[in-house]
Design a binder for this molecule. Structure first.
Ligand SMILES: Cc1cc2nc3c(=O)[nH]c(=O)nc-3n(C[C@H](O)[C@H](O)[C@H](O)COP(=O)(O)OP(=O)(O)OC[C@H]3O[C@@H](n4cnc5c(N)ncnc54)[C@H](O)[C@@H]3O)c2cc1C
Length: 426
C-alpha cells in the first residue's frame, strides 16, 4: 500500500501554462517578466540548484578583485515570488506531448515552454585535467567552475615565475573572452609582483584568431604585442600530465599531430558541451543545441517552445549580455502567441558583449551583432583600453545583473545606444 502511494506521488502530473527549464540568467530574465502577467499556479521554474551565481564575476575573482562568495546568492532570493519553483532537474523533454520529465520521475505538462538550461563544462574532455585541477592546484587552475575558481587568485599571486600557459578550448564556450581576460589580469599581477621578467606568458588557442570580431582582434593584437605575450593559434589542449608538468596540444591544422609544452602554471579554458537531456531531445540541432529561429528565439519545429542563452544555437557569443539583448524579444513573441496577437516585435540582431579586461583598471568593451559588426553603446571608441569600460565591468554590470537583468527589467543597451548616437548626429 505504502509503495503504491509513493509511486502515485512520484508519477503525479502537474500542469502549468508556462514552464521554464533553468533558473539561471536567461530563465529568470524571462520568468520575471511573465511573473507580472501570470499567476503563481500558471508558471513553474524547474532547477535543482539552490545557489544562483553571477558567473561573469569569476574572471574578477580569479584576479582577486571579487571574492567567489560575493558572486553567489541563495536561489530562493532570486526566483520571482509569483512563480512555482520545482527544485528538480529536467531529465527528458517530450515536445509532442508537451511534457517534461524530472529526475525524480515526476511529469510536468505545459502549454508553453522556455528552455534556458545553459551549457555544461566538460574538463573530462581533456585527459588528466580533472586530476591536475584536483591534485596540483598550485600549478593548474581554472576560473570556469564554482569549485576551481576559489583557488585561482592564490595560485596566480603566489606564482614565482616560469612558463605560464593559458588555453582556449576547441568547443563552443560561454564568454569566449574569459580565457584571455584572466591571462591579461595574471600578466598584470606578475608585473605588480615583480616576477614578469622571470615569466613567459603564452596563450594557446584552438581558434584561428585571438578574437572573432576584427575591430577588437586588432586592438587585442596590439595588447599582446605590447605586453610580450606569445600567441599560438589552432592549438587545442588534449592532455595534462601533472607529474611531469606537461600540456599536450593537438595542432588543429595537422590533425593527430601533438605539441608538448612544459608549464609552471596552466590555466585551463574549460571545454563545454550541451546537456545530454537536451542534446538527445527532439529540440536539438545536429550539435546538441536547442534549434531556434535566431530573430525570434522560437523553436524551429515546436512553435510553443522558445529557448534563450547558452543552451541555444543562436550564432552569437554565449553571454549574459546576449540574454539582456534577447529576453524582451522572446517574451514579446511568446505573449503574442499566448494572446493570439501579431503585435510587431523587433528582430534579435545578435547583440552580445564581452568586456575584455586587459589589466587592472583597463578594459576593451566589445559589443557586436550576429555578423561580427560592432554595436557599441557609448559615443566613444570602445576598441581602446578604457578605465570607464573597466568600471562598468567591475562595478556597474554586477549590480545591473542582480537588480535588473534577472528581475526582468533590463533589455540591453539598445535604447541607450540609440539615444547616444542620435545625440551625436544632431
Ligand atoms: C568565467 C566566465 C566569465 C563570464 N564573463 C561574462 C561577461 O563578462 N559578460 C557576460 O555577459 N557573460 C559572461 N559570462 C557568460 C554568462 O555567465 C552566461 O552566458 C550566462 O550565465 C548564461 O545564462 P543561461 O541562463 O543560458 O545559463 P546559466 O546562467 O548557466 O543557467 C543555467 C541554469 O540551468 C540550470 N540547469 C542545468 N541543467 C538543468 C536541468 N537538467 N534541469 C533544470 N535546470 C537545469 C542550472 O542549474 C542553471 O541554474 C561568463 C561566464 C563565465 C563562466
Amino acid at each position: 500500500m505504502y509503495h503504491i502511494i509513493i509511486r502515485r506521488l512520484s508519477t503525479q502530473q502537474h500542469h502549468y501554462k508556462l514552464v521554464v527549464i533553468g533558473a539561471g540568467c536567461g530563465g529568470l530574465a524571462c520568468a520575471s517578466k511573465f511573473a507580472k502577467k501570470l499567476s503563481k499556479n500558471e508558471i513553474a521554474i524547474i532547477d535543482k540548484n539552490d545557489t544562483h551565481i553571477y558567473q561573469p564575476g569569476w574572471t574578477l575573482a580569479g584576479a582577486g578583485l571579487k571574492t567567489p562568495d560575493e558572486l553567489e546568492k541563495s536561489q530562493s532570493q532570486c526566483i520571482p515570488t509569483n512563480t512555482t519553483w520545482i527544485q528538480s532537474n529536467a531529465s527528458q523533454i517530450q515536445p509532442e506531448k508537451n511534457l517534461v520529465e524530472l529526475d525524480d520521475g515526476k511529469q510536468i505538462t505545459y502549454d508553453y515552454l522556455i528552455v534556458a538550461a545553459g551549457i555544461q563544462t566538460r574538463y573530462d574532455k581533456i585527459k588528466g585535467a580533472i586530476d591536475a585541477l584536483d591534485n596540483d592546484p598550485k600549478h593548474v587552475v581554472s576560473i570556469y567552475s564554482r569549485k576551481y575558481v576559489r583557488n585561482v587568485y592564490n595560485t596566480l599571486n603566489n606564482f614565482r615565475g616560469g612558463e605560464a600557459i593559458f588555453t582556449f578550448p576547441g568547443t563552443p564556450i560561454k564568454c569566449p573572452g574569459a580565457p584571455q581576460k584572466i591571462m591579461y589580469l595574471a600578466e598584470d599581477l606578475f608585473r605588480r609582483n615583480n616576477i614578469r621578467d622571470k615569466t613567459t606568458v603564452i596563450y594557446n588557442t584552438a581558434l584561428p584568431v585571438i578574437f572573432g570580431v576584427k575591430k577588437y582582434a586588432a586592438a587585442l593584437m596590439e595588447v599582446v604585442k605590447a605586453r610580450n605575450i606569445q600567441l599560438n593559434t589552432r592549438l587545442n589542449l588534449v592532455e595534462v600530465r601533472a607529474n611531469s608538468k606537461e600540456a599536450i596540444f593537438e595542432n588543429l591544422d595537422q590533425p593527430g599531430t601533438m605539441k608538448t609544452f612544459k608549464y609552471d602554471l596552466l590555466h585551463i579554458g574549460a571545454p563545454m558541451a550541451p546537456y545530454e537531456f537536451l542534446a538527445k531531445s527532439p529540440l536539438a540541432d545536429a550539435n546538441g543545441f536547442v534549434d531556434v529561429v535566431k530573430e525570434t528565439l522560437q523553436h524551429k519545429k515546436f512553435p510553443n517552445i522558445f529557448a534563450i542563452g547558452d543552451c541555444t544555437n543562436l550564432p552569437t557569443s554565449k553571454t549574459a549580455a546576449a540574454i539582456a539583448g534577447s529576453n524582451s524579444i522572446l517574451v514579446r513573441n511568446l505573449i503574442n502567441l499566448m494572446d493570439g496577437k501579431s503585435d510587431s516585435v523587433p528582430k534579435y540582431d545578435g547583440y552580445t558583449s564581452c568586456p575584455l579586461v586587459t589589466g587592472f583598471g583597463k578594459c576593451i568593451l566589445a559589443e557586436f551583432d550576429f555578423n561580427g559588426q560592432p554595436l557599441e553603446t557609448l559615443p566613444i571608441d570602445q576598441g581602446k583600453e578604457l578605465r570607464l569600460s573597466y568600471i562598468l565591468k567591475k562595478d556597474v554590470m554586477p549590480s545591473m545583473y542582480w537588480n535588473m537583468l534577472i528581475k526582468g527589467t533590463w533589455n540591453g543597451p539598445g535604447t541607450l545606444r540609440k539615444m547616444f548616437h542620435l545625440g551625436m548626429t544632431k
